[in-house]
Design a protein around this ligand. Structure first.
Ligand code: NAP
Length: 311
């Protein structure tokens, strides 16, 4: 029996993946979404999304994720839960190796997203969601009138510190160097936020507390002095890591591991597209992810027609 060859296989069931699935399946393509955990990606972890148009009071990430999946499946897209470990994407028929089976496709849309970088502290994983957080906008509201520490020195860390300063009593911003990486636009509001204390040249070494956060042990990298900070929550904001490790070296990645692709979502490989947070882009948001999904499906369709792929 010959193996099924999908018109398009979409790796990742976040907003870009299901938007691609919706457009592809509505256009009549035989469409499969491969998701390793549950539909929604990072969006699933977001309590309330207030900047996705059409929901005047915002919408929770879980509901929006589920709605996107159900809407795409209504038009025939299928979902399997599997994790792709390796792939061969250069040929006319693309091969994707999952843990449970191999998938074949005429086109592939990589919509695998990006996940927050971890610090690698001993209790970081155990206390994630119970005092350790990676998204200030999602979880900041638990810290009204409390004390929090934000780790990082880039735009995200500073934006998170500013956001949290409006809720929390006190915010420590802990950065490993003596200058912030964040752009100038943030520096004035930062200097005006009286409840933010910036601690430069310092790294987090340990979380104080067993089943909840009591504080953070930090060390000054210049004089090696250790110091304990008392806080109720820790927000780690040290950048994001694109989910591209499984791709091998066929596909063009930038220095940070993002797939090099423009607004047309085309990669260096014919018939392979990159949509959403996984590709090089300026603004990583649900609204830009769904736009990428639509574009990638349209181009996948065009590719199949143009190349007249009959297998
Ligand atoms: P980022 O710019 O890569 O900054 C990461 C920060 O975390 C850096 O300050 C880095 O320190 C620090 N860091 C990295 N690894 C660390 C570790 N192991 N321990 C301690 N500190 C560590 O990441 P981002 O802030 O998430 O921003 C990602 C992209 O989105 C950037 O291009 C950014 O401009 C963009 N963005 C833009 C806005 C905006 O409003 N325009 C808002 C958010 C994000 P070093 O400085 O020492 O390397």
């Amino acid at each position: 029996m010959s193996k099924r060859i999908y018109d398009t296989v979409i790796i990742g069931g976040g907003p870009s993946g299901y938007s691609a699935a919706l457009y592809a399946s509505r256009a009549g393509l035989d469409t499969l979404v491969i998701e390793k955990m549950s539909a929604g990606g990072q969006m699933m972890l977001t309590d309330i999304i207030e900047n996705y148009p059409g929901f005047k009071d915002g919408i929770d990430g879980f509901t929006l994720s589920e709605n996107m999946r159900i809407q795409a499946e209504k038009y025939g897209a299928e979902t399997v839960y599997d994790e792709i470990s390796s792939c061969e994407l250069s040929g006319t028929v693309k091969k994707l190796c999952g843990f449970s089976k191999e998938y074949l496709a005429k086109t592939v849309i990589i919509a695998a997203g990006a996940s927050p970088r971890k610090l690698g502290l001993d209790k970081e994983e155990k206390l994630t969601g119970r005092g350790v957080h990676y998204c200030a906008h999602c979880d900041g509201r638990f810290y009204k009138d409390k004390t929090v520490a934000v780790i990082g020195g880039g735009n995200s860390a500073v934006a998170d510190a500013l956001y949290l300063s409006k809720l929390a009593k006190k915010v420590y911003l802990i950065h490993r160097r003596d200058t912030l990486r964040a752009t100038k636009i943030y520096l004035q509001p930062l200097s005006q936020a009286s409840n933010i204390e910036i601690i430069y040249d310092s790294v987090a070494e340990d979380i104080v507390g067993e089943n909840r956060i009591d504080g953070l042990k930090i060390r000054n990298v210049k004089d090696s002095k250790a110091r304990d900070i008392t806080c109720d929550g820790i927000f780690i904001s040290i950048g994001r890591k694109p989910e591209t490790d499984f791709l091998g070296d066929e596909i063009g990645l930038d220095d940070s591991g993002y797939i090099i692709a423009g607004e047309d979502t085309k990669t260096n490989l014919s018939g392979v597209f990159a949509a959403g947070d996984v590709r090089t882009k300026r603004l990583r948001q649900v609204v830009t992810a769904v736009a990428d999904g639509a574009v990638s499906a349209e181009l996948a369709m065009e590719y199949i027609e143009r190349e007249n792929i009959i297998i």
